[in-house]
Design a protein around this ligand. Structure first.
Ligand code: AMP
Ligand code: MG
Length: 413
């Protein structure tokens, strides 16, 4: 009997995967408006203070606090400063009518909101009675209180979300250097697979993994080439791997990673490159294949990740391993999803030596419900759930126990 290789933990498998990543070196410059979802290639420094000038947070009157110290001061309204206009220096004993976002005139040190003021028109001009004794600085947003000129606002390797784009724009950056999109090839092994739209012949099932995996890759901003369903034959698998290696950073497959006679991924990858077959102590998704496919020029390779065929297994292994791999490929440093301690509102008997990733849903009382059927082909659990419970090997879960929960929002993007 051959000795069985010890199974890898999920963390060990992820470390091995990430250690192998050589990040994409090519970058491009994009208009900031088109950079949503991309990864920043270089850190960005602000050339200016934000806000660029002291300005008012309120509609009201800019004053000298000392002129209003008594709590009821009648001042001449000597000027009017809408947002975008520059006022005159404020003379002692006067006020400036001012509107939110407008620059504070030199000499003023406080703004009194208009609700605390009584304006009055007279033949001598406009006056205002201030019924409040402001602190110096009241309702003033200071220049640089958000960002100081010269400071780093975004680090290289940051994934640009809506808020990072807004931040970049707030310091006037019209374009940003980003890493080029990862180019990912996918195909789906299995003679039993049919496409939605086709009739289902006896013995066939629909290729759901195509939809799940492509959706996940789209979420991560990949350029996808889809080679579709590839028959269970060594030649067809080798041929597709060879074609896919040419223009892609990464090839992802589903199915055929076991060691049955109809599983051709292992010999095909070995013939076209290098392969590690891993047994990972997780449930679902035990087998995972990782390797490299040689390109025709032989000097360079495409990465290869072979996911299991079972739909929940391929979904979960993508979330746990492929997502961080693709992020790291783009130079993202922190690829770990955030997890939360949450209360289990169910019981689960002790499992085997595998780390379970259970489909669970947040219920109305702030706890977690478990989907009843945790089978690796039960896709309903993935659509029903809000995330995965990361349950350590051999751990029973009792009603009210605190468990580690990773929301899908942390795993899908
Ligand atoms: P395999 O890993 O090829 O042995 O497949 C394991 C199980 O997953 C089998 O029941 C397959 O029919 C199923 N399966 C494989 N590929 C897909 C796919 N693309 N979509 C849905 N189910 C699949
Ligand atoms: Mg198969």
């Amino acid at each position: 009997m051959t000795e069985k290789k010890p199974m890898l933990s999920a963390a060990e498998a992820l470390d091995l995967l990430l250690a192998a990543v050589e990040p994409i070196a090519q970058t491009q410059t994009l208009p900031t408006l088109e950079a949503n979802g991309r990864v920043l290639a270089e850190g960005q420094v602000s050339q200016l203070n934000v806000p660029p000038m002291d300005n008012t947070q309120m509609d009201g009157y800019a004053v000298r606090a000392i002129d209003c110290a008594g709590g009821a001061a009648r001042l001449k309204v000597a000027q009017r400063i809408p947002a975008g206009q520059v006022g005159q220096p404020l003379q002692a004993g006067t006020a400036a009518r001012i509107f939110t976002g407008a620059m504070i005139p030199p000499g003023a040190d406080a703004v009194v909101m208009q609700e605390q003021c009584e304006p009055e028109k007279t033949v001598e001009g406009d006056f205002v009675t201030i019924r409040h004794a402001p602190q110096a600085g009241e309702w003033i947003r200071r220049s640089g209180e958000d960002i100081r000129a010269g400071s780093v606002i975004l680090q290289a390797g940051t994934r640009l979300r809506a808020q990072e784009l807004g931040l970049a724009a707030s310091v006037g950056l019209a374009s940003l250097p980003v890493v080029r999109k990862p180019r990912v090839a996918v195909f789906f092994t299995g003679d039993e697979l049919a496409m939605p739209g086709e009739p289902l012949k006896p013995g066939a099932i629909y290729n759901s993994n195509r939809f799940t995996l492509r959706g996940l890759l789209e979420n991560l901003g990949c350029e996808i080439t889809d080679y579709g369903i590839v028959p269970d034959s060594l030649d067809a698998t080798r041929d597709t791997l060879r074609r896919a290696a040419a223009g892609h950073d990464l090839i992802i497959t589903s199915g055929g990673v076991s060691v049955g006679e109809e599983d051709h991924i292992k010999p095909a990858v070995e013939a076209e490159g290098r392969l590690n077959m891993w047994q990972i102590a997780i449930k679902p998704g035990k087998p995972l294949a990782f390797g490299e496919i040689n390109r025709a020029d032989q000097d360079s390779r495409a990465y290869f990740i072979g996911l299991p065929g079972n739909p929940v297994s391929s979904f979960v292994t993508f979330l746990l391993f492929v997502r961080p791999f693709i992020l790291r490929l783009q130079g993202v440093a922190d690829v770990a999803p955030k997890a939360f301690r949450m209360r289990a509102d169910f019981v689960l008997p002790k499992g085997d030596r595998r780390n379970e990733f259970l489909r669970a849903k947040i219920n109305g009382s702030g706890g977690l419900d478990l989907f009843a059927n945790q089978g690796s082909a039960v896709l309903t659990s993935t659509a029903w759930g809000d995330g995965l419970i990361d349950n350590p090997p051999g751990q029973a879960i009792g009603q009210g126990d605190m468990v580690r929960f990773i929301p899908f929002n942390e795993l899908l993007y």
